[in-house]
Design a protein around this ligand. Structure first.
Ligand code: KG4
Ligand code: ZN
Length: 325
């Protein structure tokens, strides 16, 4: 069975083809146009998807020597995300489905992130805990089975990746902020500044206080120190942001007794996070780098799983910007 995956929920246009469990192609176009605004501009993002989706689709057909008639099923993100962006992918998928009579399934982007480590680490077992850390979400989820989720903790304000993006913008670095901060942090002193580690009650997260601490510190620095100490600020912020994830994860393991962890979403690319996870006493899986940020391979992968269980949608699927698990 060959599944076409389509992802356009935010600022990555993704198209992928998965055939009998094997990934034939995975193309992602990251919209660099947003860099100059320091964040995603929805209207521009949807226009970019409109421009890039069809050429990317044609490119994967050409590279894999597949034709439209080889596609058995279509999996497309229907939420959560930016409405005007979701609609581009969804309408493209519906058009293909309608014209060629190909079955379609709407995919929850969060659920696709949860399963993204298993595109390469094929073996897994339930229940497991999922730490989903991206630009839009920071959650710990108990995964009991496909479609059976308990959200144990979530962010009360900013997502972890969003905090990386905002701090990056504040200190004059680019977007997305995660890789920019990480690069500077490598040469900084992570203990130079003592930002408080956010630890709201239970398994919830909070990043707005940390962001404000960085803001106040930054405003107090001289012009010269704003530049001279940028690596120390990046390293100190990163240490605290990552430590907060680790604290909650350890607490979730203690509370549930589950020691098998899937970590996914854009922030799972962070090297300090991987290092800290490796130091702890539990088994974890993390996606290969190409599946950490938004991509269509994870959409096709989950679509394939659902289709095999007989689950599918119809042309009435609607975009759901605030879709949860
Ligand atoms: O999963 P993703 O591509 O999109 C969402 O669904 O949000 O995640 C993007 C987020 C951005 O906030 C970006 O700054 C962050 O992931 N990110 C990182 C790293 N690479 C990307 N954060 C920390 N360290 C990284 N290396
Ligand atoms: Zn995402």
């Amino acid at each position: 069975m060959t599944t076409l995956g389509i992802e356009t929920s935010c600022d990555e246009t993704g198209v992928a083809l998965l055939s009998d469990g094997k990934l034939l192609a995975n193309k992602v176009y990251s919209q660099i146009v947003h860099t100059r605004f320091g964040g995603v501009v929805p209207e521009i993002a949807s226009r970019e998807h409109t421009k890039k989706l069809l050429p990317l689709f044609n490119q994967i057909l050409e590279e894999t020597k597949c034709s439209l008639s080889d596609i058995d099923t279509i999996a497309v993100t229907y939420g959560p995300g930016l409405l005007c962006c979701l609609l581009v992918g969804l309408n493209f998928a519906k058009g293909l489905s309608y014209s060629k009579g190909i079955p379609i399934i709407g995919i929850n982007h969060l659920e696709a992130h949860i399963y993204s480590p298993f595109i390469t680490h094929k073996e897994f077992h339930y229940p497991f805990l999922s730490l989903l850390v991206s630009g839009g979400h920071t959650q710990i989820i108990k995964v009991n089975g496909l479609g059976n989720y308990e959200v144990l903790g979530y962010t009360l304000d900013d997502a972890c990746g969003e905090a990386f993006d905002k701090v990056s913008k504040l200190i004059g670095l680019g977007y997305p902020g995660g890789p920019e901060i990480e690069k500077r942090a490598e040469r900084g002193n992570a203990y130079a500044f003592d930002f408080p580690i956010p630890d709201p009650d239970g398994l919830n997260f909070s990043y707005s206080g940390l962001k404000t601490s960085v803001l106040y510190l930054y405003l107090d620095l001289s012009q010269e120190d704003k530049i001279r100490r940028i690596q120390d600020i990046a390293a100190s912020f990163q240490r605290v942001a990552i430590e907060s994830l680790i604290i909650k994860l350890e607490r979730a393991i203690e509370e549930t007794g589950i020691k098998y962890i899937s970590v996914s979403g854009g922030v799972s690319a962070n090297k300090l996070l991987k290092k800290r996870l490796g130091e702890l006493d539990f088994e974890f899986v993390i996606p290969d780098l190409e599946f950490t940020m938004d991509n269509a391979a994870m959409i096709a992968f989950l679509g394939d799983k659902l289709f095999k269980k007989g689950i599918k949608s119809d042309l009435k699927i609607r975009a759901e910007p605030r879709l949860g698990l």
